[in-house]
Design a protein around this ligand. Sequence first.
Ligand SMILES: O=C(O)CCC(=O)C(=O)O
Length: 211
Amino acid sequence: MSSPSGAFHLKSFLPLDRQRAIVACCRTLIDGDVPGYVPVVRGGGRMHVRMLCLGRHWNGQTYRYEPTRSDYDHAAVPPLPAELADLAGEIAASVGMTLRADLCILNYYDAEGRMGLHQDKDESPESIAAGVPVVSVSLGDTARFLFGGLRRRDPIDAVLLKSGDAFVFGGPARLCYHGVSRIVPSTSPPELGLVGRFNLTFRQYSLPTSG
Ligand SMILES: O=C(O)CCC(=O)C(=O)O
């Protein structure tokens, strides 16, 4: 991989039974009382995913986090379930990093789903400066994930993220550009009964205050 150190592709991290349980949780959340929606970002473009933020809401107009979905329906953001935050901590620990996730962005990609190249840089400056990792979990259809460097024009690797894979980028890789160029339809494990792909990206907005 040509990007800085601090990026890890953990193939088949989750066995099928754990994938099945997380998919059930994702379905309940994204079709819940505060459902997923397709954000319209600054400039008017519609994203190509259905998104639900947990713990803190990412506002696609301001590119800031907030407690209510003021760019959409003003609903209070649902909490991040403890078992999902624990999963993210477990994945980070497996590569020697620490993550106390306080927010997660759950995205659903259909066959046409994709996400442009971007940096995750809207968390607190302290969290980013400390290199607290982003932990991503993929379920369902395979995604062609793009992972580059710290500048948009840096070389980009294409990584196939399959169901059950995790991807971690922290430390010097925390601000690497990344995105999803396409979904590979009908590659989801049949046992999941999932058409399309769920991706969860866990982040830590705030560092604990000392004292
Ligand atoms: O779906 C993915 O694998 C990446 C998602 C992502 O980049 C994001 O939510 O910021």
